[in-house]
Design a protein around this ligand. Sequence first.
Ligand code: DGJ
Length: 714
Amino acid sequence: MITKNGKTVQLTGRNISYIMIENNDGDLLHFHFGKKLPDCDYADMEDEWSENLGLTSNMVSLDVYPQEYPAYGYTDLRCPAYSVMNKSGSSISRLRVKEYKIREGTADINGMPHLYAGNKSAQTLEIILYDDKTGLEASLFYTVFDEYDIIARSTVIRNRSDAEMTIDSAFSSSLDLPIGDYEMLYLSGTWGRERDIVKTPLKPGIKAEASNARGGSGHEINPFAIISRRGADEDTGEAYGFSLIYSGNHCTAAEADRFGSLRVRQGINPLGFAKTLSPGGEFYTPQSVLCYSRGGFGALSREYHDVYRSNLMTSKWTHESRPVLINNWEGTYFDFTEEKLLEMAKSAKELGLDLFVLDDGWFGRRDSDNSSLGDWVVNYKKLPSGIDGLAEQINKLGMKFGLWIEPEMVNPDSDLFRAHPDWIVHTPGREPAQIRNQYILDLSRGEVCDYIIGAISAVLEGAHIEYIKWDMNRQMTDMPRPGYNHEYTLGFYKIIDAVTKKFPDILIEGCSAGGGRFDPGVLAYAPQIWASDDSDAIARLKIQYGTSMCYPVSAISTHVTVSPNHQCGRITSLKTRGDIAYAGTFGYELDVTKMTAGERAEVKAQIAAYRRIQPLVREGDLYRLQSPFDGNYCSWELVSKDKSGAFVFACKILAVAQSKDARLKLRGLDENKTYVDRASKKRYSGALLMNRGIKIPYAMCDFATVTMELEAAE
Ligand code: DGJ
């Protein structure tokens, strides 16, 4: 609901209010984002607006007022939400309220993924701000849903002058929070170790920036952060989430001013960014989804999971049972023949798997990573029946067929590059860098995007393909101009949007050298994303736990691979590998033909278990119970929305004699229900499970895992 009372405008969600006030000078001030407040005019509480701690009135300036979209260089000297240089070379502006518009539904963000209303009730407020000295105009968009605790923000910058202007930065959202003791949580990592949870206190005077400028959203910093009141934890306390629906260079920056009040901005990374607007031109920022929780990080995550599953992810597969797959990558790497693949598929079918995915190496002359990207034509030497013939044989076995592709890339050793050497991202006059022996195709060019859409279409129309793994394996260098990364990102959305619209039934799995592009922008099209190239189960505890801070577990692709693990050499049992992989979109990635009879029986049981658990993975609520970032235990729980069933997972990472910490209190159940443990048939009341907890029977070994499937008794 959006209401306007005098100079106060208020957005009301399920439990939240977001309140702004226009002062007598037309500046748009921020008043409150948090628990719901009465719907009234707050303009007469002028003393309360500011964070001015006893400064005399002649020192009062915008610097001590919380604002909605702060300018550079006027009286607010904190970090600005935007910076636009006009023809005279000045970046000074003062945006003041011109108009308020309210409409049903969500905001439209030109060419970029964003939240949609679906069957939910949503309203959008547009506040148009204008600087009459420069002709700079900005529209601030705020979408509120009746049943969520989120506010989705984005901005459009317009040039209403008769000369060019250059945008040097334009954040999607800027939020000023009152004086307090805050902490920032962000997800940091690298290849093979994505989305570690890192927390930093935000002391007065500090600036903390969680940003990435490597091309995609990146392994290094995810476009997500939580700002919490000190002391907030998984289950209690105030937390504010910031999640950017964007797959390019991004930045979430927090600045605690000298009093300890906080400004948090989120949007496109200003590093390497600029956009020149001609008279009449406009620029859209991506959407930043803000969330408020009084129930700590856990409630915040569950809110993002619900919002993204219901109002971001567009794939028809989002709410459908996903095929349990076998991928050949770690089983064969580039070294396979048609015969070998069919042998693997047959064996996988006997185990009960649904989908066979052929990974890298099927096209051109690709026997290693040094050639053929761009030449999306089958290698008949390896696959004499072609992709269509292979797919047909796999379909005959009763399995679906899926294929890997890396459409945004080209190897210098490829027919595509030889024909179009100028189609790569490069700066004229400089030798472009190769990473993994490859260049990036220039998606800012319409003809390149059209070629890629055509090439993918030809592959998908040439055989019965029901799934694609869309990979992207390098960082972006040699960008020809400021703002290029954004142009590229729009090109990426253009091609993935066209492909998903043309082939709506195909399940797309996102991937970028593991989890290098695990973001809401990709999720809008691909309901599952390969989380990391480190497939080791114990490493995956942190990766999956960290990823779940923002992203639904159904989006996290989790595969059981071979032991010793290929990335870190760790030896784990098949049980440990399976138990950890259940909390995701489950599959196998190893040579199943090499498994023993005992292992094969265990795999069959795992697949059957996953089929029971999958509805909870897809639609349930996640409760993180013990963090692998805090100690030797990791546990989580998935509970159905109606609380009639739950899946519990617990892991003791290293063996401990007489494990004193083996009692687990569950969460999210119905205290008044009785739950039956599927395996032991023991009955427990919800009240007991949540308040006294249960003892977890860990085996005496490292990496001991326990799972429980609980069902409410009739
Ligand atoms: C990187 C991916 O993360 C892997 O799973 C695999 O598909 C390779 N690329 C193939 O080159």
